[in-house]
Write a protein that binds this ligand. Structure first.
Ligand code: IVH
Length: 685
C-alpha cells in the first residue's frame, strides 16, 4: 500500500472511530473512551487531513464548524408542513381527545405513546444517503430558515447516520451486525434545546462580559440558532432530541414507538422517556407523574405529548390545517416554586409611583431565576398578608413576569416583620400622597432623584429621543454625580465631566455627545412623548402633535380643546394641562428649546411618509431583537397602531418565538407576517 492509500485507510478508520465514540458520548450517554484518548484520535485526524487536503470531506468529524459567517439564512420549503399540536390543560380534555380519536376509528384498538414535550426550538433535518444535507427551523410551518451550518456544530446531531456510509464497509468486511438502511432521503424532526446547566453557564459568562443574560433556556437556544457565525454557535451548549421520522423516509416502521427505536438505530438521539400506553387513563397517569417529576431533568419541558401509536391509524386520522388529529399536547399548569421573602423594598418609578417589591431568595421558576417580584401596592400586601421572612409561592404563567401568589403560612416561624408603605419617599424623603380614589402612593417631588433618573431614562429611550448608549447605569451616574438634575441638562453636559466618569473614556464620551446632539432633530411628537407626561404614550403624543403641531400652540390649548382631540379624553387632557402648567416643567422645556430640540412639527406636506403610517399591527410570540414594549413604542413611532387580535383589518403580524394562535389566524386570513429581524429593517427605513 502506498503512503497515500495508507493515509486514506487510516483517515477512514479514524472517522469511523470518532463517530462511534461521539455516538457513545453524545447520543447514548455511555462514554467508552477517556477524553484524552478521544482528543488524540481527533488530533491525528486533523493532522492527516491537513497533510492530505484532497481527502477532506464535509461530513468528516473535523468539519463540524464549517463555512463563513453568513449575512442571513436561505429559506427552506418543508417537504411536509411542520404543524403544531393542539394544547390541552386537563385530564378531561385528554379524555375528550381520546373520544375524538375513537370516533374516527370505531371498534379499533388504539395504543398511545406518551412523550415529554421539550421546550426548545423545533428543527427538521434531512439526510441524503446517510449524510446530513440540510437542517431547517420551523419558521412559519411551511418554510423555515436554513440553519444547517449552525446545526452541524451540535455534537448530538450526527453528520453521518449509523448504518450509513460505514455499512458498505461492514458488509465488505463480512460483518453480520444489524444495520439500518440509510439509502435515499431520510427526514427527521426534533427539538434543539439548551440544558439548564449549560444555560446557567452561558449566562454567568454573559454577565462577566457585560452582555444581557438570556431570560430562559428556550430563548437562549432560539437565539443561538439564529447566530450568523457557526463558530459562535459551536460555543453554545446546545443539544437535540428527535421525535419524528417523517413519513416517506426510507425504512419506515409500522408504529411510532418502533420509529423512535429506528431513530436510535440511525444514531440519532431519540426523545427519552417515551412510554407505550394501552389506554388514555394510563397515558393520563404518565402525564401527571411527569408533571411532578419534571425537575429531575436537566432541561425544561413544558408538558407532555400524547400520540396515537399506529402510523396507519395516524394516516387515517390525518390533520386539520393547523394540527394533526393523532396527537395532542398536555401543557403543565403555570409553574410555581416556594422561596423566602428576604426583604420588601419600595421602588419609585418615573411618574413618582411607589411600588413595594419583594426581594426573594433567588429561585428558578419556569425557566428563569427570580429574585424580585412586584407586590403592586399596600392593598395587595395586605390581601396576601405577606411579611418579611415569610415563605411564599412564586408563580410564572406563560408570561415572564413572576408574581407572589400566596404565603405558606404553615412555614411561618416566630414573628415575621409586617411591612407598611412609608409616609415619605424612600429616595428624597418628601411626604407621599395617595390621590383620592387611587390605590397607589406617589412622591410628587419632581426633583426626586428616583423620578429624575427614570424620567431621563425614558426621555433617552428608543421610541422617545433615542439617545444611543444612555442606559440605566449611566443615567444613575449622571444624577448621582450631580451632572444632570433633569433631562434638559443632557444638552448641557460637558465633555470634561463625562470623561471623568468611571467606565466612560474618550470614545464613549464622544459617542454619547454626538448621540445627544442627534436627538435634537427628533420629530415633535417624539419630543412630546419623551417628556414623560402621564398617560401620554407614543400614539397619544402623535395625535396631540397632529392637532397642536407646536409647543407654543399646545401651551395655549385648554383642557376642553385637548379633550376634543380624537383618542384624547378628559384624563389625558387634564394630565397634559397639569404638566405644562407646572413651573418646574416649563423650566425644563425651556432648556430643551434653548438647546435646539425641535418644538414644532415638520410641515406635513412633503414630509416623508412613515414606514407604518396608518397600519394596524399585531405582535405575537417573544422577539429577541427587542422587548414587546419597545416594539410597540417603535411601531407607534413609525405611524402604526398596535392591537391585540388579528382580524381582516390587520395589516401586519410580527411573529416572535413561540407565537400563539394569532399567528395561525394570520396565516388563515392571509395577513402579511414578518419576524423581529424584518421589523427592525422596516423600522430602520
Ligand atoms: S410531535 C405536528 N413530540 O411541540 C407536530 N412535538 O406544537 C408534531 N415538541 O412544534 C410534533 N416535544 O416543536 C412532538 N415529543 C414531542 C415534542 C414536540 C416538543 C414541540 C414541537 C412542536 C410543538 C407542538
Amino acid at each position: 500500500m502506498g503512503a497515500k492509500k495508507r493515509a486514506e485507510a487510516r483517515i477512514d478508520e479514524l472517522r469511523g472511530l470518532i463517530r462511534h465514540h461521539d455516538r457513545k458520548y453524545y447520543v447514548e450517554n455511555e462514554p467508552e473512551m477517556p477524553d484524552r484518548e478521544y482528543d488524540q484520535l481527533m488530533m491525528e485526524l486533523v493532522e492527516l487531513e491537513r497533510d492530505h487536503p484532497e481527502l477532506v470531506r464535509p461530513d468528516s468529524p473535523t468539519r463540524r464548524v464549517a463555512g463563513e459567517p453568513t449575512e442571513g439564512f436561505a429559506t427552506v420549503v418543508h417537504s411536509v408542513p411542520m404543524l403544531s399540536l393542539d394544547n390541552t390543560y386537563s385530564a378531561d380534555e385528554l379524555r375528550e381527545f381520546d373520544a375524538r380519536v375513537r370516533k374516527h376509528l370505531p371498534d379499533e384498538d388504539v395504543d398511545y405513546v406518551v412523550e415529554i414535550k421539550l421546550d426548545g426550538v423545533s428543527v427538521a433535518l434531512t439526510y441524503e444517503d446517510g449524510v446530513l444535507a440540510t437542517g431547517a427551523t420551523r419558521g412559519d410551518g411551511r418554510r423555515g430558515d436554513d440553519v444547517t451550518a449552525n446545526l452541524r456544530t451540535i455534537r448530538s446531531i450526527p453528520l453521518v447516520l449509523s448504518g450509513g456510509r460505514s455499512r458498505a464497509r461492514a458488509s465488505r468486511g463480512g460483518s453480520r451486525g444489524r444495520t439500518t438502511a440509510t439509502a435515499g432521503t431520510i427526514e427527521v424532526r426534533g427539538e434543539v434545546f439548551m440544558p439548564r446547566s449549560g444555560f446557567e453557564k452561558v449566562n454567568r459568562r454573559r454577565k462577566r462580559e457585560d452582555a444581557a443574560p438570556f431570560v430562559n433556556p428556550r430563548n437562549a437556544a432560539a437565539g443561538s440558532l439564529k447566530l450568523l457565525d457557526p463558530r459562535e454557535v459551536a460555543e453554545r451548549p446546545l443539544e437535540a432530541f428527535f421525535y419524528q421520522l417523517v413519513p416517506g423516509s426510507a425504512g419506515e416502521p409500522a408504529t411510532h414507538h418502533e420509529a423512535i427505536g429506528t431513530l436510535g438505530e440511525l444514531g440519532l438521539r431519540a426523545v427519552p422517556e417515551a412510554a407505550l400506553c394501552a389506554d388514555i387513563e394510563s397515558a393520563i397517569e404518565r402525564c401527571e407523574d411527569w408533571q411532578k417529576r419534571r425537575r429531575e431533568l436537566d432541561f425544561d419541558i413544558d408538558g407532555m405529548v400524547i400520540k396515537v401509536d399506529s402510523l396507519d391509524q395516524q394516516r387515517r386520522l390525518g390533520a386539520t390545517t393547523k394540527s394533526p388529529r393523532w396527537g395532542i399536547a398536555y401543557k403543565f399548569p403555570a409553574q410555581a416554586e416556594t422561596t423566602v421573602v428576604e426583604d420588601i423594598v419600595v421602588q419609585v418609578g418615573r411618574t413618582g409611583k411607589l411600588t413595594p417589591v419583594a426581594i426573594l431568595e433567588p429561585v428558578f421558576v419556569a425557566g428563569s431565576t427570580v429574585s424580585r417580584a412586584t407586590l403592586h401596592n399596600q392593598d395587595e400586601v395586605e390581601r396576601l398578608d405577606v411579611r418579611i421572612g415569610d415563605t411564599v409561592t412564586v408563580e410564572k404563567g406563560g408570561e415572564v413576569i413572576p408574581k407572589v401568589v400566596s404565603v405558606v403560612k404553615a412555614k411561618r416561624r416566630g414573628r415575621p416583620r409586617r411591612f407598611r408603605m412609608p409616609d415619605s419617599c424612600p429616595v428624597c424623603g418628601e411626604e407621599v400622597v395617595r390621590p383620592a380614589g387611587e390605590v397607589d402612593l406617589r412622591c410628587e417631588n419632581v426633583a426626586c432623584p428616583a423620578q429624575v433618573k427614570r424620567s431621563i431614562e425614558h426621555f433617552a429611550s428608543r421610541g422617545a429621543m433615542d439617545v444611543d448608549g444612555l442606559g440605566t447605569a449611566l443615567v444613575d451616574q449622571l444624577v448621582d454625580e450631580g451632572l444632570a438634575a433633569d433631562y434638559g441638562d443632557l444638552y448641557g453636559l460637558a465633555r470634561d465631566d463625562l470623561v471623568e466618569l468611571p467606565r466612560m473614556g474618550e470614545r464613549s464620551t464622544d459617542n454619547l455627545l454626538s448621540a445627544i446632539d442627534r436627538s435634537k432633530g427628533r420629530p415633535f411628537s417624539r419630543v412630546l412623548f419623551a417628556l414623560g407626561i402621564r398617560h401620554v404614550g407614543v400614539r397619544v403624543a402623535e395625535v396631540i402633535a397632529g392637532r397642536f403641531p407646536s409647543m407654543a400652540g399646545l401651551r395655549k390649548a385648554t383642557e376642553e380643546e385637548l379633550s376634543e382631540v380624537d383618542e384624547v379624553g378628559p384624563v389625558i387632557a387634564g394630565s397634559v394641562r397639569a404638566f405644562l402648567a407646572s413651573p418646574e416643567n416649563r423650566r425644563v422645556i425651556a432648556k430643551l428649546e434653548r438647546a435646539g430640540v425641535r418644538m414644532k412639527a415638520a410641515r406635513a406636506r412633503g414630509a416623508a411618509k412613515k414606514a407604518l403610517e396608518g397600519k394596524t399591527v399585531v405582535l405575537t410570540g417573544s422577539l429577541e431583537e427587542m422587548t414587546r414594549e419597545e416594539a410597540k413604542v417603535a411601531i407607534e413611532a413609525a405611524g402604526g397602531r398596535v392591537t391585540g387580535s388579528v382580524s381582516s383589518k390587520t395589516d401586519l403580524v410580527v411573529v416572535g418565538n413561540d407565537p400563539g394562535s394569532k399567528y395561525r389566524k394570520a396565516l388563515d386570513l392571509g395577513v402579511e407576517t414578518i419576524d423581529g429581524k424584518g421589523l427592525r429593517k422596516l423600522l430602520a427605513r
